[in-house]
Ligand binder design. Structure first.
Ligand SMILES: Cc1cc2nc3c(=O)[nH]c(=O)nc-3n(C[C@H](O)[C@H](O)[C@H](O)COP(=O)(O)OP(=O)(O)OC[C@H]3O[C@@H](n4cnc5c(N)ncnc54)[C@H](O)[C@@H]3O)c2cc1C
Length: 437
C-alpha cells in the first residue's frame, strides 16, 4: 500500500480543487487494512480514475482509497461472464472480452472508467434504450463494508441497488461479475444522418430506437441554437476491422491555463463538424464507443478555471424545456463544445440511478461564462418543475434543496445506506454539499 502526503485533486471538469490524502491499494487485504487504521472525521472515499466531472470523487481533508491497481480479469466463455477487479477499466474489459468474441453490453463515451466508478454512477451508453444502464449487466458484486467485512451481493439485495448509483457512499466495490454479450466481430455497422434542427433530430432518434442497438446525436449548441446536428446509428457488425492499439497517441499539452473555448472557436469547430463526411459502414467498436479517447487530456482546452458538464433527463412530451434552455444560453452567448442528445429506455431498480425514460441532453461550458451559474440555477428549478433531474456524477453546482425532488427515492436509499455505514465512514465533498447522507 502507498499512502501519499495530502495532495490537490480535481474532477475531470477541473473546476474544483480539493486536498486529500491518497492510499493506493493493490489487494483486498490492504483495502481492509485502511479501514482498520481508523480515520479522521472526514472519512474515506473509494475512487477510480477521476473521470467524474465535479466533486463526486473528492473528499477534502479526508482520504481517497485508490482502487485503480485492482486489475484482475477472468473471462468465462462458457457463461459469457467476466469477473473483474474494481480498478479494471471499461477499455481493458472490452479488449479481454473481444478476445472471446464477447463485449460488455453497456459502455460509456470514454473507456477510461473503472468498474467501481461505473457502478457508483450506474453509467449508461448509446445502447440504453435496449440494454438499460451498467448495473443491468452486473450479476454479482463484492463489496467491502464499513465494518471491515467483504460481502457478496446480487440484484436480489437492497445493498446491491443502494451501491448502484450510490456515489461511493455505501462501501468499496472490490469485484464484479458481469454478463457479457456475444458479438460476431470487433466492428459496428454505422449510419449517420445530418439533421437541420432539433425537431428533426428528436424525430429521427425516436424512430431509430427500434432498429438500432446504438443511437446518439451530436447537437450543435452554438450560433442560433437551432439544434442541427448529426444522428449516429449503429448495430454490432459481422466484419472484422483493423484497429490501432492504444489511445491514438494524441495528448493535449498543458496550455498554460488558457481557455480556448469561445463562441467563435466553438462556432468554427461546430461548422466543420456538421459538414464533415458522414460515416457509413463498418467502424471499430472501441473507437465508435469512445470517440474522445483519441485525445488524452482534452479537458485542458477550457483552461485553468475549468468547465462544467450539465446533463439532465426529461420525459418525452416535455421537449419545450429545450427551447427555454437554448434561448437562455443563446442570450448568454454560451457555446457548448460537446452537445449530445440521446433517448433513454427503462430505468434500473437503483433509487439513485440517473437514467430513466425520456430525453437526456449533455452540454459542456466554461465556468467563466458570465451569468451562466445564475441562469442554470433558475433552469434547474424549471427542470424540476417539469419532472426532470440532473446526473449527479457530472454535477458540481446543483442546490441541495432540489435533490429530493429530482431523486424521489432518496430517503429509501438513505435508509439502506445508513444501515450499511452507521458511523459515516464513507464521505465525499459532493455528499456534504448535497446533504446526501
Ligand atoms: C469523456 C467522458 C465521457 C463520459 N461519458 C459517459 C457516458 O457516456 N455515460 C456515463 O454514464 N458517464 C459518462 N462519463 C462519466 C463517467 O462514466 C463517470 O464519472 C464514472 O463514474 C467515472 O469513473 P472513474 O473510474 O473515473 O471514477 P471516479 O471519477 O474516480 O469516481 C466516481 C465515483 O465512483 C466512486 N467509486 C470509484 N471507485 C469506486 C469503488 N471501487 N467502489 C465504490 N465507489 C467507487 C467514487 O467514490 C465516486 O463517487 C464520462 C466521463 C468522461 C470524462
Amino acid at each position: 500500500m502507498r499512502i501519499t502526503e495530502a495532495q490537490t485533486v480535481s474532477g475531470w471538469g477541473k473546476n474544483f480543487q480539493s486536498i486529500s490524502t491518497r492510499a493506493v491499494v493493490s489487494d483486498v487485504a490492504e483495502t481492509v487494512e485502511i479501514i482498520s487504521m481508523g480515520t479522521a472525521n472526514r472519512g474515506l472515499l473509494p475512487v477510480g480514475l477521476h473521470r467524474s466531472y465535479g466533486d463526486s470523487a473528492l473528499n477534502s481533508g479526508g482520504t481517497l482509497i485508490d482502487l485503480t491497481e485492482l486489475k484482475h480479469i477472468a473471462i468465462d466463455p462458457e457463461t459469457a461472464t467476466a469477473t473483474v477487479g474494481a480498478g479494471v477499466t471499461i477499455s481493458e474489459l472490452e479488449q479481454a472480452a473481444l478476445a472471446h468474441a464477447l463485449f460488455p453490453p453497456v459502455v460509456p463515451g470514454t473507456g477510461n472508467v473503472t468498474m467501481g466508478g461505473a457502478i457508483a454512477a450506474d453509467i449508461h451508453g448509446k445502447s440504453h434504450h435496449k440494454t438499460g444502464s451498467f448495473s443491468q449487466s452486473v450479476v454479482e458484486m463484492k463489496l467491502l463494508l464499513a465494518n471491515g467485512s467483504v460481502e457478496t451481493f446480487t440484484p436480489h439485495d437492497p445493498e446491491f441497488w443502494a451501491t448502484v448509483g450510490g456515489l461511493g457512499l455505501t462501501g468499496v466495490v472490490i469485484e464484479l461479475r458481469i454478463q457479457l454479450r456475444v458479438v460476431q466481430s470487433n466492428s459496428v455497422d454505422v449510419t449517420e444522418h445530418r439533421v437541420p434542427n432539433l425537431s428533426a433530430m428528436i424525430d429521427l432518434l425516436g424512430k431509430s430506437d427500434k432498429d438500432y442497438e446504438h443511437t446518439v446525436a451530436w447537437i450543435d449548441l452554438s450560433g442560433d441554437y437551432r439544434g442541427r446536428g448529426v444522428v449516429s446509428l449503429g448495430n454490432y457488425g459481422s466484419k472484422s476491422v483493423k484497429t490501432s492499439s492504444g489511445s491514438g497517441g494524441l495528448s493535449l499539452p498543458d496550455l498554460a491555463g488558457t481557455n480556448f473555448i469561445s463562441p467563435l472557436t466553438v462556432r468554427a469547430f461546430n461548422e466543420v463538424w456538421f459538414r464533415k463526411p458522414l460515416k457509413n459502414g463498418a467502424a471499430a467498436l472501441t473507437k465508435y464507443m469512445h470517440p474522445l479517447d483519441g485525445v488524452a487530456n482534452w479537458n485542458r482546452i477550457y483552461g485553468a478555471s475549468g468547465f462544467l458538464q450539465y446533463q439532465f433527463v426529461i420525459d418525452e412530451g416535455r421537449e419545450e424545456i429545450f427551447d427555454q434552455l437554448f434561448a437562455g444560453l443563446r442570450g448568454l452567448k454560451a457555446s457548448s463544445f460537446l452537445g449530445v442528445l440521446k433517448k433513454f429506455g427503462a430505468a434500473s431498480k437503483a433509487p439513485m440511478s440517473f437514467p430513466r425514460p425520456g430525453w437526456t441532453l449533455t452540454l459542456d461550458y466554461s465556468v467563466t461564462v458570465p451569468g451562466l451559474e445564475i441562469f442554470l440555477q433558475k433552469f434547474d428549478e424549471e427542470l424540476v418543475a417539469a419532472g426532470g433531474r440532473v446526473y449527479l456524477i457530472k454535477d458540481s453546482r446543483v442546490s441541495p434543496k432540489l435533490v429530493p425532488a429530482m431523486y424521489p427515492e432518496l430517503d429509501q436509499w438513505r435508509t439502506t445506506r445508513n444501515a450499511m455505514d452507521p458511523h459515516h465512514l464513507w464521505q465525499s465533498d459532493q455528499a456534504r454539499r448535497l446533504q446526501l447522507c
